[in-house]
Unconditional design. Structure first.
Length: 421
């Protein structure tokens, strides 16, 4: 174990130099054409969180994880380096071939549309239209505004749902955010489903009416519209994760609590977990953080609870992500216990697996850590459907699953709204 970790640590620190050496004519293994530029692999023996952090920190793109088994996208050099470090990698496919196959010669729709067959996912234009329609049809329940603008100048929509939505009433505020990661399109549908349920359902459903009347529900359906649009550009899924600033920043590594502290992000711009040059260097995370800061009224943060939706793996995760420890500065054991209690309660409603985020692998600069440390907001990450996948089907489930997999979280959403009281 020590040998394996030590080797990988060296590889991670030496970065490009070591990888360059590995591909030089002197040391290179005979290269067959069957090793894809972007290969999808299952890492079979990353058994504990420290080992998974090592894998995640090696620069590979972690697609999903379940029961400690990671699915990653790796270059030939990265795959060689991990194997040299003692990990067993099983190749399951060629990422680019899988993307092309999933988009299926179905690019007839053209630019900035979902591939044919997946039209029920909302493009940014369709999402914008839907939110405007909601405000128009339910003026007494919903107001549409924005927390700011993206790098490419798209509006970061914010919709507030409550009775008397134009008035800042003294009701617990609960925030739902989606699509920090571009390719996680099912999450945008999750936020839209929340919006539609609490507006369309208000008139007939007494339980919904009660929640809407006693809470202020805040929804940001896409935190990363530039990345999401890029991901469906050219009529084919691109497998894109980050925002679109330069080579892209991983928004969920760019938040300002313990930013870049602990090996849970990368300082290399090409990495899928690039944290950016400084905390809140990305306009999208900065705008959302400024909005949350602005909800401190009379020294009291109005937002009491939060879910940030991701895909995939079917997990309910809570902070801290930057440390293995259950407690830490700003997290007493009673508070950690509350996260665990509420997290388990939420997971019971949807069948997800509940755990502290760092039980998976270390992430620093994540949204949940900042929400809790800065504002004591009860902040969770939900990793939605599916529980596992051979890479791509994880991020691109057919649009037929949208109704079932968004409604699956209705009870969890209601439970968190009640817990915020
Ligand atoms: O790595 C991430 O950002 C999330 N997983 S994903 O596959 N959607 O990229 C998990 C983030 C959970 N970490 C914390 N909440 N700290
Ligand atoms: Ca379909
Ligand atoms: Ca109200
Ligand atoms: Ca209020
Ligand atoms: Zn994600």
């Amino acid at each position: 174990m020590l040998t394996r970790r030590a080797l990988i640590a060296v590889a991670a620190i030496a970065g490009g130099a070591l990888l360059a050496a590995a591909t030089s004519p002197v040391t290179a293994q005979p290269q067959t054409e069957t090793v894809p530029e972007r290969g999808v692999y299952t890492v079979l023996d990353a058994e504990d969180a420290a080992e998974r952090t090592t894998v995640a920190g090696s620069g590979v793109d972690v697609l999903g994880s379940r029961d400690g088994e990671l699915t990653v996208v790796a270059s030939p050099a990265q795959a060689r380096s991990l194997r040299a470090g003692g990990f067993s990698l099983e190749q399951v496919g060629d990422f680019d071939a899988m993307l092309a196959d999933r988009s299926g010669g179905r690019s007839a729709q053209g630019v900035d549309e979902f591939p044919a067959g997946d039209e029920n996912y909302h493009t940014y234009a369709e999402l914008t239209e839907e939110l405007k329609a909601t405000e128009r049809d339910h003026a007494d329940l919903a107001t549409l505004s924005s927390v700011g603008r993206s790098h490419e100048d798209r509006e970061l929509h914010l919709i507030k749902i409550s009775d008397n939505p134009d008035i800042d009433e003294d009701e617990p505020e609960v925030l739902f955010t989606c699509n920090q990661h571009a390719r996680e399109h099912l999450t945008t549908e999750m936020c839209l489903h929340i919006v539609q349920r609490f507006t369309d359902g208000y008139a007939e459903d007494a339980a919904i009416k009660k929640l809407v009347d006693t809470r202020e529900i805040l929804v940001v359906p896409t935190v990363n519209p530039d990345g999401a649009e890029y991901d469906i550009s050219e009529g084919q899924y691109q497998g894109w994760r980050k925002n679109r600033q330069n080579e892209g920043t991983d928004l969920n590594r760019n938040w300002g609590h313990q930013w870049g502290c602990c090996g849970g992000s990368s300082d290399r711009p090409s990495s899928e977990t690039y944290r950016g040059p400084s905390a809140f260097s990305a306009p999208e995370s900065k705008a959302l953080a400024d909005f949350v800061d602005s909800r401190v009224v009379g020294e009291s943060q109005q937002i009491k609870a939060h879910i940030d939706f991701h895909t995939y793996s079917e997990l309910v995760l809570w902070p801290y992500g930057y440390t293995d420890a259950d407690t830490g500065p700003g997290m007493t054991s009673a508070e950690a216990q509350r996260f665990q209690d509420v997290g388990k309660q939420l997971a019971q409603t949807n069948g997800y697996q509940p755990q502290q985020s760092s039980d998976l692998y270390i992430t620093d600069g994540s949204v949940n850590d900042w929400m809790w440390a800065e504002h004591k907001i009860l902040s969770f990450t939900f990793e939605m459907y599916p529980s596992d996948g051979i890479g791509l089907d994880g991020f691109y489930p057919p649009d037929e699953v949208i109704p079932r997999e968004t409604a699956r979280n209705d009870e969890a959403v209601d439970t968190l709204l009640r817990a915020a009281g």
